[in-house]
Design a protein around this ligand. Structure first.
Ligand code: CTP
Length: 284
């Protein structure tokens, strides 16, 4: 009474209670990964795949920022899988908490949404303006781009004082802008020049909570070729886990509901689609 039992006694009691029954973790996230990723063919040799990963940060003052829970795991898994399949990979990494494949990929670090926008336009089209050539074959926007930024970041550290009210404004939608540039459209969606060539493949992510109902609208609104939707509130999916359960949506109405998989295997399944679509593009 009042004292924890010795560890061997606890272990013996647990073993006796569990007996021969298989133990199943109640939390999906705590279970071992469902399926390891079998190696794929080098079907992306010569392709330039651009991947964004991690969460952008918006400064409040020189010390504080608004950020999000993204760790960059999903984006880095895509970059690594693409490298293993022979692609030339540029990884635009915002705030990440995993190791980056720096020896094999061209890695550019960014902090804010504005910096990510600049790095994207430079990498994809050689800078802002009206490009005609695409310098990439596929873009995968796995980054968790901040949706709001302080309207007027302070130049000096704000004193604690008696409180703080921040005015936030929405950030520009980078993916929507890239789709317009790539398709030769102006901001109203009207064609102003020919689309860039070769036609790049544009892939978005959609982080939802509770339901994936909005994903089909996002696919249409963003005008992307594929949209990878996941419920980040579901155990085993979303931020900081090694697994993810996603649905891959295509404009023609295709809806590929994948089971709970390692992020690496989700990356491989997505790249299966990307490699096949790029081969179709070239055949056409
Ligand atoms: N994205 C972007 N620029 C932003 C916000 C998001 O390019 N300012 C990209 C993300 O990288 C992702 C896709 O758009 O590939 C969808 O992001 P998500 O946050 O799910 O959607 P939003 O467009 O931000 O819509 P909402 O916040 O209303 O869910």
């Amino acid at each position: 009474v009042g004292r924890l039992a010795e560890l061997p006694a606890i272990v013996n009691a647990v073993v006796a209670a569990v007996a021969g029954r298989p133990v199943r973790q109640p939390e999906a996230a705590a279970r071992p990964p469902i399926a390891a990723a079998p190696p794929r063919d080098a079907d992306l040799v010569g392709r330039h795949v651009v991947v964004t990963a991690g969460g952008t940060r918006e400064p409040i003052d020189p010390v504080r920022y608004i950020g999000n829970r993204s760790t960059g795991r999903m984006g880095v898994a895509i970059a690594e899988a693409a490298l293993d399949r022979g692609a030339i990979v540029t990884l635009l990494a915002a705030d990440v908490s995993v190791a980056l494949p720096e020896s094999r990929a061209r890695v550019l670090r960014v902090e804010t949404t504005g910096e990510l926008r600049g790095a994207l336009l430079e990498t994809l089209f050689g800078g802002p303006g009206a490009p005609h050539a695409a310098r990439f074959d596929a873009l995968v926007m796995a980054a968790a781009v901040a949706d709001f930024a302080p309207a007027r970041p302070a130049e000096r550290k704000l004193p604690r004082g008696e409180g703080l009210t921040l005015e936030l404004e929405p950030t520009p939608d980078l993916l929507a802008e890239i789709v317009l540039v790539a398709r030769g459209l102006d901001s109203a969606g009207e064609p102003t020049r020919g689309p860039v060539s070769p036609t790049p493949l544009l892939v978005g992510f959609a982080a939802e909570t509770g339901t994936l109902e909005r994903a089909a609208d996002k696919l249409r609104a963003k005008g992307v070729d594929l949209l990878v939707a996941n419920d980040v509130a579901e155990p085993g999916s979303g931020f900081g886990t090694d697994t993810n359960r996603v649905v891959i949506l295509a404009p023609a109405g295709g809806r590929d509901e994948l089971p709970l998989l390692t992020k690496r295997e989700v990356a491989e399944r997505l790249l299966d689609r990307i490699a096949a679509l790029l081969d179709e593009r070239d055949a056409a």
